[in-house]
Design a protein around this ligand. Structure first.
Ligand code: ATR
Length: 278
């Protein structure tokens, strides 16, 4: 049997954790496969994807800034059409197919870390209005969250997303944060703020409803200032590493034919890999 190769496509792509995750699962399942990185400049991505069937790869994960280009190049399924973005590509009879596993990653991580969140969550606050926020809104609405306040620096982006998702999503600015979080059962940071190398997320959560879950999609550092502050106030917290791990599982299954498990040993492996890169 031939060795199956997959990769992550991005620009830059050096810091992607996807090779560590997929290689761990390849070893765990004794699969003769490999997983690499492809740094493709924005000017070359359309041509790269047009030739993908001849690349030798069986599939690819797609990261920033190429998820929209992947959507344009692939036969996209329903969830990726809703998001306008593809993060997983694979070939079937030389046809390039695409899906988006970010919604699954977001929800599976929340289900794992806070199994009863759904029963308790009527109202949520989402910070950010980029691609990640879009996947999160889709997931929350799919699970029946009725009221979502969408807070973003650039009001036009929040307005556009709220229009797309309908009356359950209310756009707001950071000035309205206190009023929004006083009523929220779940607060999610879907901005890049608080990530290593980015500015901090400077929000005061003193007004947050007692017992509300705080979820930060940032995973480097693993415990962001937001999560540290929330934990100190007694809020249940969810970090972003599990979202990364869970979004990779359905992709691995497409590439290599086995559905892998997200375990604490995998978490430790990826954390060690992140430490080694610093
Ligand atoms: P992704 O696809 O990962 O969500 P993105 O589309 O670049 O990335 O979105 C990044 C999010 O972080 C946006 O909500 C962005 O706010 P704007 O829409 O106003 O740009 C938010 N963000 C990034 N840097 C920020 C900053 N310094 N202050 C406030 N919000 C910021």
């Amino acid at each position: 049997m031939s060795v199956r190769h997959a990769c992550v496509i991005g620009h830059p792509v050096t810091h992607s954790r996807s090779p560590a995750i997929h290689k761990y699962w390849l070893a765990e399942h004794g699969i003769a496969g490999d997983y690499g990185r492809e740094d493709v400049a924005p000017s070359s991505i359309a041509a790269f994807l047009a030739r993908f069937a001849d690349s030798g790869y069986v599939g690819a994960n797609v990261t920033v800034p190429h998820k929209e280009a992947a959507f344009a190049a692939a036969e996209a399924d329903a969830v990726s059409r809703e998001l306008g973005a593809v993060n997983t590509l694979w070939l079937e009879d030389r046809l390039l197919l695409g899906t988006n596993t970010d919604v699954h990653g977001f929800l599976a991580n929340l289900d794992e870390r806070q199994p009863h969140w759904g029963e308790r969550t009527r109202s949520a606050v989402v910070l950010g209005a980029g691609g990640a926020a879009r996947a999160i809104l889709y997931g929350l609405l799919e699970r029946g969250v009725k009221r979502i306040a969408l807070i973003n620096r650039t009001q036009a982006r929040a307005n556009a997303l709220a229009t797309h998702f309908g009356s359950g999503v209310r756009p707001a600015g950071f000035g309205e944060l206190n009023a929004a979080i006083a009523d929220a059962d779940l607060m999610i940071n879907a901005t890049s703020l608080g990530m290593e190398g980015a500015p901090p997320l400077a929000v005061d959560i003193a007004a947050l409803k007692p017992g509300a879950v705080v979820y930060d999609i940032v995973y480097a550092p693993l415990e962001t200032a937001l999560l540290k502050g929330a934990r100190a106030r007694g809020h249940p917290v969810v970090d972003g590493l599990g979202m990364l791990l869970h979004q990779a599982a359905p992709a691995f299954e497409r590439f290599f034919g086995v559905r892998p498990r997200v375990t604490s040993a995998l978490r430790q492996h990826v954390l060690a890999d992140m430490g080694a890169q610093r």
